[in-house]
Each structure stands twice: as C-alpha cells, then as structure tokens.
Design a protein around this ligand. Structure first.
Ligand code: ATP
Ligand code: ZN
Length: 301
C-alpha cells in the first residue's frame, strides 16, 4: 500500500472523511468542517479590507456557459454535465427493466441545461459581462463553491467534489497583476501563521491532449499560473492555493470590457479548502485541540 492510500485510510479511520465507495467523493466530519469554516474566516479577515462584492452561486452553471467558456476544448476530461430522465411511460418501463436486470439504464438520460461548476470563478465572468463595462477601479469578487472535476483518485487531496474559495479581480493589466502579487504575499503570511511548510512555484493547468501540451508550456513560460504547494499525502507537495493571471482571455470569451471599452484583464486567487484542511491535519494531527498554540490562535482567535 503506498503512502497516499494509507493517509486516506487514516483519515477515514479517524472519522474525518466518510467513504462512499467512489474515489474522490467523501463526507466530511464536523471537525473537518469546523477547520474549513475557521480557515475561511481567516481568508475573509484578510480580504475584507479590499471591500469585495460577495457572491455565491450554487455548484452549477448553465451548460451554455460551460460551452462558451471553452472548457470542453481545454479540459473535456474533467467536465461534468447533469443528465436527467426526460422520457414518457414507455421509456420509463425500459429504464426499470434495465435497472432490474442490472444493465446500463443511463443510455436514455438526456443532457439538461445544467453543468457542474469546475472552478468557483467561472460564473462570475458572464455575470460581469452582462452587467456592462467595468468602473475605472475595476471590480473585485469574493466567491466560494463546491466544484466538480472528474478525476477519481485514491489521493485524498484529489477529490471529485471539493470547495474553492476565490477572490477574482477584473480591471486593467496593472490592476490585476498588482492584485495577484499582493495575494501571493498575503498567502505566504497566512500559511506561515498556520505553521505549514510551503513553496510558491510556476504551474500549468491540465490542458487536454496533444494541443494542450503547447498551452501548458506557454502558461508556464509566461508565468500565468503560480501555485502554493504544501506536502499533503504525496511525496510531491500538493497545490493548495493557485494564483492565476488570465490576461484578457475572458474579455475575448465573454466580452468583459473596461470603462474605456478596451478588453479587461482578469486574475483570481483560489484557496483549495479541503487541501488546506488536509495539510493542517497532516502536519498538526487529527485533533485540533492538540494543534500548536499559534495555529489555534490564528484559526480560533
Ligand atoms: P492540480 O494541478 O492539482 O490538478 P489545478 O492546478 O487544476 O490543481 P486549480 O484549477 O488552480 O487547480 O484550482 C484551484 C485550487 O483548487 C487548487 O489550488 C487546489 O487547491 C484546489 N483543487 C484543484 N483540484 C482539486 C481536487 N481535485 N481536489 C481538491 N482540491 C482541488
Ligand atoms: Zn479562478
């Protein structure tokens, strides 16, 4: 059994995660959730000085938005769409027959207008574009959502449904790059206060296929994605925070405009909430009552 599997087993034995039989789909205990609530409180405390607009979407977006976002071009392997039964009595009979015979009953399911959100910031760009040009100072949002990615894995830090808290900045290139630099610095201070070892490294998104190879290289070479990595379950440290600069990609995708009509630039900082909780449990133990005093003060005040 490798180290990854055994950390998952320990989390399950310790009651922090509840298995479902599907890799990457877990229940969370009250202790686990409390750590996430406290960490989010820390994020809010850091971010509130910038007066973000707080928005919460359900963990879904329209299928049309997913299509327009280009997600199926870049990450078809991760996308999740919601399908439902839309037939009549006859189709229902076939469904029940297939079910009773243990056969595949899903062939008749039809795609609904809903897709699962792959990253918490995704619903923000079409919303802002529809609201018209940005004010001169740009806009800043605080978002949080459960996100779905079809990447089943025995690594407890690679879930299929997990939460991402994000700040999303839209404005000029100078405004959004300053935002990103500021958050790299703030994150360094926050994770230091939590007494976790970390590094900030250039990274790339898992773009699909042969065409994706060039996109990965470009993203890295241009320094568009940085990750804060912390050892969690694997020998290699895990990305627990991401700092993404999209340049004017979403201006071209959605029509997000500056006050003067030019294309807006965007950036986001994403906190992988489960990964951060898992890192805290890994480094400080499964019982928060026993965590170092400084870490407890940072989280529980
Ligand atoms: P990875 O390279 O590990 O697949 P990513 O680069 O795709 O992650 P982002 O798209 O930047 O991740 O997502 C923002 C944050 O969400 C990540 O920094 C990470 O903390 C968290 N995250 C991403 N994928 C998962 C997952 N499968 N399970 C739990 N958290 C995740
Ligand atoms: Zn984002």
């Amino acid at each position: 059994m490798d180290a990854t599997v055994s950390y998952l087993d320990q989390l399950i034995a310790g009651g922090l995660l509840i298995p479902t039989g599907v890799d990457g789909l877990y229940g969370r205990s009250g202790v686990f959730e409390d750590v996430i609530v406290r960490f989010e409180g820390l994020v809010t405390a850091e971010g509130t000085q910038d007066a973000p607009e707080v928005i919460r979407f359900p963990p879904a977006m329209t299928r049309r938005q997913l299509e327009t976002s280009g997600y199926m071009k870049s990450f078809p392997q991760l996308a999740g769409t919601v399908h439902s039964f839309c037939g009549g009595d006859h189709d229902h009979m076939s469904l029940l027959q297939a079910l009773s015979k243990g056969e595949d009953w899903t062939a008749g399911q039809q795609a609904t207008e809903i897709a699962l959100t792959p990253a918490a910031c995704y619903p923000i760009y079409p919303m802002v574009a529809a609201q018209g040009p940005l004010p001169p100072d740009g806009r800043l949002f605080d978002v949080q959502s459960y996100c779905f990615r079809h990447e089943p894995s025995p690594d407890p830090a690679r879930m299929q449904l997990f939460r991402m808290r994000e700040y999303v900045r839209l404005g000029t290139a100078a405004q959004v790059t300053a935002f990103r630099e500021m958050w790299v610095e703030r994150a360094r201070q926050m994770i230091t206060a939590l007494e976790l070892p970390f590094d900030v490294v250039p990274a790339n998104d898992p773009f699909f296929g042969r065409a994706g190879k060039m996109m990965k290289v470009n993203q890295r070479e241009q320094g568009l994605k940085l990750e804060m990595v912390i050892p969690v379950a694997n020998p290699q440290p895990t990305a627990c925070l991401s700092f993404n600069y999209h340049q004017d990609h979403f201006a071209h995708t959605w029509g997000v405009r500056l006050a003067d009509g030019g294309p807006a630039h965007t950036a986001c900082v994403g906190f992988g909430l489960e990964r951060i909780a898992l890192a805290l449990f890994r480094h400080h133990g499964f019982d928060p009552a026993d965590w170092p005093a400084g870490v407890r003060r940072t989280l529980w005040g």
